[in-house]
Design a protein around this ligand. Structure first.
Ligand code: ADP
Length: 502
């Protein structure tokens, strides 16, 4: 087993990983930027090393600095968390050159499965249904245009290097195709340094259901079941649950087998997620593979009783998975909400600042994975995710009741949070019946609120302010809803990946 692991991340996920290290008796070394000197991950780790100024390009995305810390701290493995460099094949390559174990898949698997068109091609070859569309990057607009016409509108233009919904454009009619193609291409070029696009049929009101897989280095690949992630704001997940209320044991088996086939084809080792869209007739279509731990991994942990981070570490250390997937059935129901420092009454404008006071929920079935504490200042420089609140119950109803109860107990002063959004979602009849789809929340938020008394001019001003904040952060704001902000570190990390490829 490893002696010391370098955690190449920050915030709640760095805390999550160092907790697993501590339980395994492994030392943890973390890195921090200038604004993170007082962060919780720095306080809790065994060792912490400064790696530069706040901008992630000068700190958390610097592979050379990470390798230097790993050498100085005498680490034997590196865990990337999610975001930043987690899906950047240059990191596992640098680790192997430095004689370190990367806790994740190989660079080859990352490239074979992580790039969107490569993943689609492998899915095709592995007999995994994909959303209809092109499997190669589009070379000529005329070809794509003809393809869109034969597929029939609406279609979705997507960035090959995509992430965080960037470079994605919904095209509803033929006349809009050329302009959408230009916009999506230049947005993708700006965000990822790669303007190549591909085309998918736009599925109307699908659900997002993803399968968690684990694969060891001895050929065993297992599915840990699915997560339902259809509650999204501008294509970013905000509430996740396991199991999915629409997935029957038969569908679970089929989706699990498809995910395992794909992982095998990509010679995948470690934890990964195969994302699918599911239509109203329970047909599922491959979307993409995330070659890393997901933000929403706790809901799978709660219903399987497994610790995914410890299993990632064990797999990287060469251990065999101790179970077969046929033996795993979800127990009870788990639901997670993503707590952000942002203001739902002000178009979800980020709300960094000092946390003056807080009360945290606890009690039966409640888990809080956070990276914050009272008196800490949430920096302006990163994704404003504070943490995740997760509830487990014997049934979906009990999980929801516990989550609502916990949200009532949760208070933070000094910064705004999106807690009120979850109070609203968790009391919506459609959500309670799980009659949801990937644009359900956006539609809900467009409906006037009974208690809302803001004028449309105020709403517009807030939207402009939010767009300006994101522009300042170097993040293009347009996605298929035009004007949606997306997760910064997801795209920043992938951009780095593109930059570093020959
Ligand atoms: P990204 O990697 O940029 O997040 P994904 O391909 O993972 O992009 O898709 C993110 C979300 O966008 C999906 O969960 C879904 O809501 C929406 N989406 C993506 N592709 C399609 C499609 N073909 N039809 C309908 N919605 C889609």
């Amino acid at each position: 087993m490893f002696k010391k692991i370098l955690i190449a991340n920050r915030g709640e996920i760095a805390v999550r990983i160092l907790r697993a290290c501590r339980e395994l008796g492994i030392q943890s070394a973390v890195v921090f930027s200038e604004v993170d000197r007082k962060s919780l991950h720095v306080r809790l780790a065994d060792e912490a090393y400064a790696i530069g100024p706040a901008p992630s390009r000068e700190s958390y995305l610097r592979i050379d600095k990470l390798m230097d810390v790993a050498r100085r701290a005498e680490c034997d493995a590196v865990h990337p968390g999610y975001g930043f460099l987690a899906e950047n094949a240059a990191l596992p390559l640098a680790c192997s050159e430095a004689g370190l174990t990367f806790i994740g898949p190989s660079a080859e698997s990352m490239e074979a499965l992580g790039a969107k068109t490569a993943g689609r091609q492998l899915a095709r070859r592995s007999d995994v249904p994909t959303v209809p569309g092109t499997n190669d990057p589009i070379e000529k607009i005329e070809e794509a245009h003809a393809m869109a016409q034969s597929m029939g509108y609406p279609v979705l233009l997507k960035a090959v290097a995509g992430g965080g919904g960037k470079g994605m454009r919904l095209v509803e009619k033929d006349g809009d195709f050329a302009a959408a193609f230009r916009d999506a291409g230049s947005e993708a070029a700006n965000a990822f340094g790669d303007g190549r696009l591909y085309l998918e049929k736009y599925l109307e009101k699908p659900r997002h259901v993803e399968v968690q897989i684990l694969a060891d280095a001895h050929g065993r690949v297992v599915s840990l079941g699915e997560r339902e992630c259809s509650v999204q704001r501008r294509h970013q997940k905000v509430v996740e649950e396991a199991p999915s209320p629409i997935v029957t044991p038969d569908l679970r088996k089929k989706m699990g087998e498809a995910a395992v086939r794909l992982a095998r084809a990509g010679r995948y080792v470690n934890a990964g997620t195969v994302e699918f869209l599911v239509d109203a007739h329970s047909n599922f279509y491959f979307l993409e593979v995330n070659t890393r731990l997901q933000v929403e991994h706790p809901v799978t942990e709660q219903v399987t009783g497994l610790d995914l981070v410890k299993l990632q570490i064990a797999i990287a250390a060469g251990h065999r998975l101790p179970f077969a997937w046929e033996t795993l059935t979800p127990r009870g129901h788990a639901m997670e909400v993503r707590l952000y420092a942002e203001d739902p009454d002000n178009n979800f404008f980020p709300s960094p600042g000092k946390i003056l006071s807080r009360t945290v929920p606890s009690g039966p079935g409640i888990r809080l994975d956070e990276g914050i504490y009272e008196g800490w200042t949430v920096p302006n420089d990163y994704d404003p995710l504070l943490g995740k609140l997760i509830a487990w119950g014997n049934s979906r109803e009990e999980a929801i009741a516990r989550l609502r109860r916990a949200l009532e107990e949760y208070t933070v002063t000094g910064i705004k949070t999106n807690v009120a959004l979850f109070r609203r979602i968790l009391s919506e009849p459609d959500f309670l019946r799980s009659e949801i789809h990937t644009t359900w929340l956006d539609e809900l938020l467009r409906r006037p609120r009974v208690s809302g008394n803001e004028t449309s001019a105020e709403v517009d001003a807030a939207a402009v302010a939010a767009a300006m904040w994101h522009a300042r952060q170097g993040s293009a704001t347009t996605n298929i809803d035009a004007g949606g902000e997306t997760s910064r570190w997801k795209s920043v990390g992938r951009r780095e990946q593109v930059d570093r490829q020959p």
